[in-house]
Design a protein around this ligand. Structure first.
Ligand code: SF4
Length: 292
């Protein structure tokens, strides 16, 4: 749920909302204000369940809880964890001088918005801050897409704003786990220039959102993309937007305010018969955030 009454009616925004808003304001309205979600197919559900289990395991391991019994019954998870310890053994080594926390939650307020992030793993040394994110994608995303995503930008931005680390000391590393291959990683390094750029972009986006919300309260819908936009062809709401003749599968779900960290756990479905043009744009925030 977008609005958190427990936090003085601030509008809580996670990366999923920012991604939606950047892609298409009307998409933001459907997903995050009207709570319309498309159905997931069984294959997507199975992938999400596996990703969720992996995140939970890594969290349990970080907390010092036993995971061996779970791994015995799940060769895929066992292989991912064994492979990770082989290619990145340092991730598994604790050091009393180093702060480490799994599922680390942080917020940063800008005006009436509460930007929120959950780091899969945060590692803080005296002079370096490292955000780690687990991705159980079928294949790794390009570095450009990672750099452009609001997950990367928001996660780095919030850490820089809420700690004393200079931006140059902050980085974010994505680890990709696939079936039948060793885990691979991509690291995005932060900088003062990038921080200022993201600050300006956030300001611009949030100012627009405030305008859309004011109009929404006057019964006016958020703007759509222009007719003929490629993104509409792979959007689950194309039918609702009168952009294609076929119907899309979506459903209204009830989400409590306390579950905002799980707001990215939905998927967009592609209409059969429609080419998946630019579907990656929609996929990014649809599949990557596995909530626990
Ligand atoms: S169909 Fe197009 S205009 Fe409508 S929500 Fe999707 S992307 Fe936006």
């Amino acid at each position: 749920m977008l609005v958190s009454k427990s936090e003085k009616n601030l509008l809580r925004l996670a990366q999923g909302q920012l991604n939606s808003l950047s892609l298409c304001p009307r998409l933001f309205q459907y997903r995050h204000l009207e709570q319309l979600y498309s159905f997931t197919n069984p294959e997507q559900e199975a992938k999400q369940a596996l990703g969720s289990k992996f995140h939970l395991l890594m969290q349990q391991r970080e907390m010092g809880l036993p995971i061996d019994e779970i791994l015995v019954d799940d060769p895929q998870l066992r292989s991912w964890i064994e492979d990770l310890s082989e290619v990145a053994p340092l991730i598994f080594i604790s050091n009393p001088q180093v702060f480490r926390e799994s599922e680390h939650y942080r917020t940063w307020q800008i005006d009436e918005y509460l930007l929120s992030v959950i780091y899969d793993l945060l590692i803080l040394t005296t002079d370096q801050a490292q955000i780690i994110d687990w991705k159980t994608y079928p294949e790794p995303l390009s570095k450009k897409r990672l750099e452009d995503s609001w997950q990367t930008r928001l996660y780095l931005y919030v850490l820089a704003e809420t700690t004393t680390y200079p931006p140059e000391a902050i980085s974010m590393t994505y680890w990709f786990f696939q079936t039948g291959g060793k885990p691979t990683c991509a690291t995005i390094r932060y900088s003062h220039t990038l921080h200022e750029q993201i600050k300006r972009e956030l300001s611009r986006l949030l100012t627009k959102l405030s305008g859309y919300l004011a109009e929404f309260n006057q019964q006016k819908q958020f703007p759509q993309l222009p007719e003929g936009s490629k993104l509409c062809q792979s959007c689950a709401f194309a039918s609702r937007c009168d952009r294609v003749a076929t119907s899309a599968d979506y459903v209204t779900v009830d989400r409590s305010p306390t579950n905002s960290s799980q707001e990215q756990q939905y998927t967009t479905s592609l209409d059969p018969g429609i080419n998946a043009v630019d579907s990656n744009l929609l996929d990014f925030d649809a599949v990557e955030e596995i909530a626990l």
